[in-house]
Write a protein that binds this ligand. Structure first.
Ligand code: UDP
Length: 311
């Protein structure tokens, strides 16, 4: 039996990974302190092969027995969350990654880090390839997340080089789908909730900043392929379909048949102007690329939010 620990397993992406690995037959240990994760994301998995452990990973982790994989997804990950929890964000990316790596060393487990396109900051190279080092403001409001993840990558590579641990680093670009929190501050949940409730759609800045959005099932498939690969260095995972945020707002109004109007609000500090993954490495090394179309992914996400809002 393959035994896997997913730290941050009750969060949006973490819980989908729990589902995926559970279906693959793994014994799954899901660890979360539930500050931004939600137990309802995993409460449907009831089985002897699934274990929930409430624990803050910045503290020493003790686990008995063998572990084959440790997957570290714990972190506040939306701008609103890391503005609300700046110190926890820094701690989970630094101390939390250190503890998780210590456990990986002890168990001789493969370690997968959820990194982020935020490590590229407000990029001066477009689209972003893994060999771009980024343009990050260390003392800005987003710095707590960006620098924590940059440190997390550095310590992961140090454990690889000095302790010989098998490491995987996923640089995850904007991802969306069911189990995102309603109005968690990110564009897609905000826009869908606003559209469904007939509220104004809040586009920040002039809406001409771009992002590239990947549907959750595509991302999880990419994470799995990376996990079982031999690639110790970072790999971008995301959907290269780039669009302006204004276009995304219009698309959501369209798909929800909403009467909501778009209103413009100030652009948050250090909000990247462009973002698009170059996924040639993932295509080559993992034989992976996204398959779900934007319309399919958004329809599924809108269905989830409709139900959430009505519950
Ligand atoms: N955004 C927006 N309105 C909102 C929430 C976000 O216009 O209600 C913008 C935000 O300023 C950014 C883009 O949408 O330019 C994507 O934001 P998100 O928080 O989803 O992700 P990130 O900025 O981390 O890529």
């Amino acid at each position: 039996m393959i035994k896997t620990l997913i730290i941050g397993g009750a969060g949006f992406i973490g819980s989908h990974i729990c589902d995926y690995l559970f279906k693959k037959g793994h014994v799954v240990f899901c660890m979360d302190n539930l500050i931004t994760g939600d137990i309802s994301n995993i409460s449907h998995i009831r089985d002897d092969r699934f274990h929930f452990i409430k624990h803050d990973v910045t503290n020493y982790i003790y686990m008995e027995g063998k572990l084959d994989y440790i997957i570290h997804f714990a972190s506040p990950a939306s701008p609103i969350d890391y503005l609300q929890y700046p110190i926890q964000t820094l701690k989970v990316g630094s101390l939390g990654t250190h503890k998780a790596l210590g456990l990986a060393k002890e168990k001789k487990a493969t370690f997968l880090l959820a990194s982020t396109s935020e490590i590229y900051g407000d990029p001066l190279v477009h689209p972003q390839k893994e060999d771009y080092w980024g343009n990050v403001n260390p003392i800005g409001l987003r710095g707590v997340y960006d620098e924590a993840k940059r440190f997390a990558e550095a310590i992961t590579m140090a454990y690889h080089r000095y302790h010989g641990i098998d490491t995987r680093i996923a640089r995850i670009f904007n991802t969306y789908g069911p189990r995102m929190r309603i109005k968690d501050g990110r564009a897609i949940p905000n826009f869908i909730t606003q559209a469904l409730k007939g509220e104004d759609i809040t586009v920040f800045g002039d809406g001409y900043q771009t992002r590239s959005f990947c549907y959750i099932s595509d991302l999880v498939e990419g994470i799995y392929r990376l996990l079982i690969s031999n690639e110790d260095y970072p790999v971008n995972l995301g959907n290269p379909l780039e669009m302006t945020i204004l276009k995304m707002a219009e698309k959501i109004i369209d798909l929800t048949k909403s009467k909501s109007k778009i209103v413009f609000k100030p652009l948050p500090e250090d909000d990247p102007k462009v973002r698009q993954p170059d996924i040639s490495k993932a295509k080559e090394v993992l034989r992976w690329e996204p398959e779900v179309t934007l319309d399919e992914g958004l329809e599924e996400t809108i269905r989830y939010f409709k139900k959430k809002i009505n519950d």
